[in-house]
Design a protein around this ligand. Sequence first.
Ligand code: SF4
Length: 120
Amino acid sequence: MTKRDLICVSCPIGCAITVELDDNNEVISVTGNTCPRGDKYARQECTHPERMLTSTVKVEGAKLPVVPVKSASPIPKEMLFDCMEEINKVSLTAPVRIGDKVIENILGTGVDIVATNNAL
Ligand code: SF4
């Protein structure tokens, strides 16, 4: 059995959570959370951690050379590096507008990469 100590990031309170895992990485218990969101966060973080991805993409013909982008929803943590490499291959042409899809379904994750600002 292993124990993991986490800080819940689901709200600003930041409860200290302890998760007990068996040898197969299955959750045995979650303690320290003060609401169900903490339980859900802790279980996900220990079994299938995900992160939002933010980066920038090159833009030709705009005032600034890059536009900021982010994943529309969290991406499995183990795929972040590969997704960053995919994003680095992209070059856009102005105009790019906030909310434009830059990459659809990046690497089959089901998650789109979208622009978070205009590049005009
Ligand atoms: S467990 Fe609930 S109250 Fe505590 S930080 Fe997470 S969301 Fe907030």
